[in-house]
Every structure is written in structure tokens, then in C-alpha cells.
Design a protein around this ligand. Structure first.
Ligand SMILES: *Cc1c(COP(=O)(O)O)cnc(C)c1O
Length: 558
């Protein structure tokens, strides 16, 4: 009955289920929530991640430490009966699944199967394989990808989902599913017989969405490790697919080679990806967010009162053009108050509800340039003294192994402390789905400063738009499509790749100084018009109902 299988290493199912790290997982969850709304016959596969991604602690200097997240899968998920064997390093690892049901607006369901190796018949090491998202080392991760890709295909079959026509790989982590599909096809002859005809048959079933325009972001495993983990026969079959340049298995190449439809996640990202992989026809479908999930209670009420049917069909949000400005302002003020209350409660910092509040929250990765706002503290001081006050809320985790990301958090912390007489800066701990809901709806302006063209899409600005929060962002990813200057928000920089830090910072200060702060304090109705246009033009388009429709039209039909 399910025709489409969606594979993702991380899926953000619920704020209380820590099986995601950031944008990729949130996108996966939002995709499935929209698929459920639309009644798409889709089932999803991911890993259980018993210890989650990480719990972030920040000390008084902004040093991050991590601990495992405690949650009880048994309380939130339904156990499934089948146990499937997966061969790893010559051992049989037993895999079972837990089910989470995503229910759409019309009670249609998308089941999500979370694979789990914590079974008594497995060794201690094998039991740990579904513990930690992006954990440990390459060996651990390759074993996890075997479970996701190969175990996932076997599990769907064991669960009785026979009629699957399309396998959608959300990023390359699940690309080994193609190997499982080849094996199934060659059941009698074995992998030694693999030919182009078999690859063609698999290709007709597979769809690949690539998410990173940075070559280092693509998963690669040294071939010796691949031989050790997968065994000689499977390793040789992978060599036949020519996805192992320079002695390493490249999961992106494997997925590219074995898919009939490949796409980037925004128009510009499609272009950049075609430059990276010139031999493949790469399309683009721009990401979205699940509108109901990311609309705060005050705006849900407002939309319910004036925009009939917006929950079932997010396209109706276009008619936000006729909402009254004072109602938009009132809803926003409620969201802002809710955010400030939460910050006071959890961080002990008191922010003002009448001060222009900037929000910046995302993975602490160097290319996102979290400290660009602080690159000229004297200019920032001058601006707030001459034009009007400003406060900033930051959030975001660094991967445990990412020392540069951790240093970035410290730098934001230090810059905030150095500026405390002029600009209040708070860095909230443990940024997650819940914080993202409060932040993207409760700040006045959503700041994003990636170094072009490294932001494939970005989605937090779309969440902000749904809540009438304009973006102030470098022209990269989705913002190249959603940006209308002074109408839906404002750009930073000149839109050239490799944007110069100093120029981007100057542009940021210029616009705060001359356009945004004067409008916010001097012409609040003009600012509210920008809020309204953000909802109608961007909230009404950059949602996953539209995105899933585009996958149905362009990708899923063989
Ligand atoms: C939406 C979201 C992200 C993605 O934000 P980007 O703007 O794409 O960087 C990351 N983490 C969480 C918790 C989110 O909700």
C-alpha cells in the first residue's frame, strides 16, 4: 500500500524525541508531516538514536560540553515484530524497528520506522550502533549507514510493504539502500553478475536529494574500511558502480549513479550542484517547512479567524495580504512575549518587549558566520546610540568534534559580554525544535549571514516568515527566491559568491542604521506591512505541502 519509501539518517518527529541534529532532520520531519496532510502513500525509515544527538551545556565563558540525551523510546513508540539480519564485518547484526505514526490534517498517516540494534542477541558494540546520531568515527558511521540503507530495505520487506515504487534518499547517508535493491534483484545469481541493466532497473526506483554545496560535506569512506565492513563481494559490486574515486566510497556518487532523479534544495543550489557534478542532470526543488508545525499559537488563531482552510491547504496563506496590520502586530507581540518569558525562565536574562530583537539560531558552523554582526563593535554601538536600541538572541549547537564551531559559540559569548552596555546578547542553551518554534516566531527580525554559496537552502527563515518575521539575510539558498527588497525583508551584501566579510558586514550595518531601525521605531505600520508580505509571499509558498507536490509532479512518478 505504501508506494514511496523515504530514507533519512535523522528525522525530527517531535520535540520530545531527540532523533535529529538540525536542518536536515527538521526538513525530513516536515516533509513527512506534509505527506501525511496530502495523503501521500509514504513510509519512512531512520535510526532510533537511543542517545539522541547531544544535550548542550554552555558554561559562563560559552564553552560547550555535551552529554547524551535521555529519552525512553518504549514510551513514545510502538514495537514491531520482525527482526531482520544485516551482515556487518561477517557478523549477523539483528535489527528491529519501532513505529511512530505521523498523522496529517485529515487523519491520514505516514508511518516512520526507527531501526534499533539494542537486542540481547547482538554484541555490546553492535547494540550501540543505533545509539548516537553522527557519533564516534568513520567505522561507526559506516556501520550505521549499512543498517539504515540495507537494514531499512530488508525491514520494509519484513513488515510486508511489498509494493514500493520509489526510494527517496534524503542526503547520501542511506545510499547503500541501492546495494540492497541490486541484491534483491540478483537474488539467484549474486552480486558477481551485476550489469548496467540491473543498475538501470534500480535507478528507475531511486530518487536522491543532495543537501550540501560543500565537497567536504559529502560522506566518504576509505575503501579498506568498506571492504572490512561490507565484505569482498559487496565492496566489488560498489566498485562496478564507479562511485569510489581515489580509493574511497563516496556516498554522494553512489546515490547519483543509482538515481533517475536528483535534486538540489533551492534553485541556486541546483545550479551549484550541476557545477560540482557536471555529468549528472540535477534538478532543483526548493525546500519548505511544515506550516502548522511552525506557526505559533497566536498566528494560528489569527489565520483560523481569517483564512479558512489554511491548515489543510497552506496555499491559502497567500491571502494573508488582506490581514489587518494591527492584528498582525498583536499576534506578533504575543509571540514575542512568549519568547521573552521562556528566555527569562531558562536563561535568567530579562529582555525588553519594545526593543528590536534580532534572532540568529542554527548549527554553529563556520560558514554561517555567527559573529559577522559583531565585526565592528564600535559601529554597532554608534548605531544603537544614535538610531535606536537593539537586542540579540542566539542559539545553536556545535558538533562535538567541531572545534571551530565551538570557538564560534565562545566568540559570540565574548562579543556579547564586551557589548553589554550597548546591546543585550543572550545565547540560549540547547537549541532544538522547541526553541526554534519560540525563536522564529518571537524575534522581530531573522538574521542569516552564510558565506555564499554554502547555504544550500536554509529553512529557519521560512519558519520566521510564517510568523510574520522578516528576514535580514545574505542572498543565498532560499532567500534568493523569497527576497524582495524592503517588501519581504532585506538583503545583506551584493549577492556575489564568496562574499567578502568586511563588505557584508558594512552592508549589514548600513541597512540596520539607515533603513531597518528607523522603520521599526519611526514607521511601525511600514514595518508591519513587511511582516504581512513575509507571510503572504513567503509563508504562502515556502512550505512542505508545495514541496511535496513538486516531488510528486517531478520526482516520484517514474
Ligand atoms: C529549522 C531548524 C534548523 C535549520 O535552520 P537553518 O536556517 O536551515 O540553518 C536547525 N535546527 C533546528 C532545531 C531547526 O528547527
Amino acid at each position: 500500500m505504501y508506494k514511496i519509501a523515504y530514507f533519512s539518517m535523522e528525522i525530527a518527529l517531535d520535540p520530545a524525541i531527540p532523533t535529529y541534529s538540525g536542518g536536515l532532520g527538521v526538513l525530513a520531519g516536515d516533509t513527512l508531516r506534509a505527506a501525511a496532510d496530502l495523503g501521500v502513500p509514504m513510509a519512512a525509515v531512520t535510526l532510533l538514536h537511543r542517545k539522541g544527538y547531544l544535550q548542550q551545556r554552555l558554561d559562563q565563558y560559552g564553552n560547550q560540553t555535551e552529554s547524551p540525551v535521555h529519552w525512553t523510546p518504549e514510551e513514545m513508540l510502538e514495537p514491531m515484530t520482525p527482526v531482520v539480519p544485516v551482515l556487518i564485518e561477517g557478523r549477523t547484526v539483528q535489527v528491529r524497528a519501532w513505529r511512530y505514526r505521523i498523522e496529517g490534517v485529515d487523519q491520514k498517516e505516514v508511518p516512520v520506522y526507527l531501526l534499533d540494534t539494542a537486542l540481547p542477541e547482538n554484541s555490546t558494540f553492535d547494540r550501540s550502533l543505533t545509539d548516537t546520531l553522527y557519533g564516534e568515527d568513520l567505522h561507526y558511521r559506516l556501520c550505521q549507514e549499512v543498517i539504515l540503507g540495507i537494514g531499512g530495505v530488508e525491514m520494509l520487506r519484513a513488515l510486508g510493504h511489498q509494493g514500493i515504487e520509489s526510494y527517496h534518499m534524503n542526503e547520501g547517508h542511506s545510499a547503500l539502500l541501492t546495494l540492497a535493491l541490486v541484491e534483491r534483484r540478483l537474488e539467484s545469481g549474486g552480486l558477481k553478475e551485476l550489469t548496467e541493466v540491473d543498475l538501470d532497473a534500480v535507478r528507475r526506483k531511486c530518487i536522491f536529494t543532495t543537501h550540501t554545496p560543500v565537497p567536504a560535506g559529502h560522506d566518504q569512506f576509505p575503501f579498506d574500511l568498506v571492504r572490512q565492513v561490507l565484505g569482498e563481494e559487496r565492496a566489488s559490486a560498489l566498485e562496478v558502480t564507479r562511485c569510489c574515486p581515489s580509493g574511497a566510497l563516496n556516498m554522494t556518487f553512489l546515490a547519483l549513479r543509482c538515481s533517475h532523479y536528483v535534486n538540489g534544495v533551492a534553485m541556486h543550489h541546483g545550479e551549484v550542484s550541476r557545477g560540482m557534478f557536471p555529468r549528472y542532470p540535477i534538478n532543483a526543488i526548493t525546500n519548505g517547512v511544515h506550516a502548522l508545525t511552525w506557526t505559533c499559537p497566536a498566528f494560528r488563531d489569527l489565520f483560523d479567524r481569517h483564512i479558512a482552510g489554511w491548515r489543510r491547504d497552506n496555499l491559502y496563506l497567500r491571502y494573508a495580504v488582506s490581514l489587518a496590520l494591527d492584528e498582525i502586530r498583536a499576534a506578533h507581540q504575543a509571540a514575542k512575549q512568549a519568547l521573552l518569558d521562556r528566555i527569562r525562565r531558562l536563561s535568567g536574562v530579562e529582555l525588553s518587549d519594545s526593543v528590536l530583537t534580532l534572532g540568529f539560531a542554527r548549527r554553529a558552523a563556520a560558514y554561517k558566520r555567527a559573529t559577522l554582526l559583531f565585526s565592528d563593535p564600535e559601529r554597532l554601538r554608534r548605531i544603537v546610540h544614535q538610531v535606536g536600541p537593539l537586542q540579540v538572541v542566539y542559539g545553536g549547537k556545535a558538533h562535538p568534534g567541531d572545534t571551530a564551531g565551538k570557538a564560534l559559540i565562545r566568540q559570540v559569548w565574548e562579543a556579547g559580554r564586551a557589548l553589554q552596555d550597548a546591546v543585550k546578547v543572550v545565547y540560549v542553551e540547547n537549541y532544538d525544535m522547541r526553541w526554534a518554534q519560540y525563536l522564529t516566531s518571537g524575534v522581530d527580525l531573522w538574521l542569516n549571514t552564510p558565506k555564499r554559496p554554502q547555504e544550500a537552502s536554509g529553512t529557519s527563515g521560512m519558519k520566521a516568515a510564517l510568523n510574520g518575521v522578516p528576514s535580514f539575510s545574505v542572498l543565498d539558498g532560499w532567500w534568493m527566491e523569497g527576497h524582495v527588497e524592503g517588501v519581504t525583508g532585506w538583503s545583506i551584501g551584493d549577492g556575489q559568491d564568496g562574499g567578502d566579510d568586511a563588505q557584508d558586514a558594512a552592508s549589514l550595518y548600513d541597512k540596520l542604521d539607515r533603513i531597518i531601525l528607523p522603520m521599526f521605531y519611526g514607521r511601525p505600520s511600514a514595518f508591519a506591512e513587511v511582516m504581512r508580505a513575509a507571510i503572504a509571499l513567503n509563508g504562502g509558498f515556502f512550505h512542505t505541502q508545495r514541496m511535496v507536490h513538486q516531488y510528486l509532479t517531478n520526482a516520484y512518478r517514474g
